[in-house]
Ligand binder design. Sequence first.
Ligand code: ZN
Length: 263
Amino acid sequence: MSKIKVTIWNENVHERAEGAFGDLIRGFYPDGIHNALKRNLAADDLDITAVSLDMPEQGLPDALLEATDVLVWWGHCAHAKVEDALVDKIQRRIQEGMGLIVLHSGHYSKIFRRMLGTSCSLRWREVGEKERVWAVDLQHPIAQGVPETFVIPHTEMYGEPFHIPAEAHVVFMSWYEGGNVFRSGVTFQRGAGKIFYFSPGHETFPIYHQAEVVKVIGNAVRWAAPALPPQQTKCWDKDPALETVYSENPIAKVDTSALHKAK
Ligand code: ZN
């Protein structure tokens, strides 16, 4: 069985910050969240590449993007630095079947808002409170092997209303010590591509070293892997009729192919 090609993208800005803030984060993620996730997700069925915004072509050259089955995204303060042309290319790959896993503050990333078409805004509060996560769709592949409920001791609160499309399929819900609730694990489909958003992962806590959180992300990667090769899910070619078409409509005789060039 061929391995799932996973690319973990991280803006990698907080991890390189100077002073006590950077020191705190580097204590958990000495070489960045992307490399910590790569190590923690390592498995025989995954071929994982960790990249960051400061790398050539913003970490996602065409050859890597084309070869990626599932893209994992962590961003916060550098969303605006991601080039629109790159977002266009990622969007096309998702529509062709590439999976997208968006983590934590990635809810405001260009690619997540592009794919969902909503503001993706939410309430937030950073006081290090407790979060209790509940699996609410126990049958879902992303919930397999994950406890029905588990606690993240210290987290940033993300609360409702979360402005995402009403079609969101809720796999996980969270309750916070301060009283808020949140749809913390939701799935979508865009074209042939599966999308999963998972909110835990604030950078000043070691959340990506917590076993339950790593289990959820690993499950999500396998769930979002494309079921078919991209050449079977591209759908913008002119289609030959399977049967003879007997049309007397004069428009059918006009060659309009120039009007329908693929964008
Ligand atoms: Zn955060």
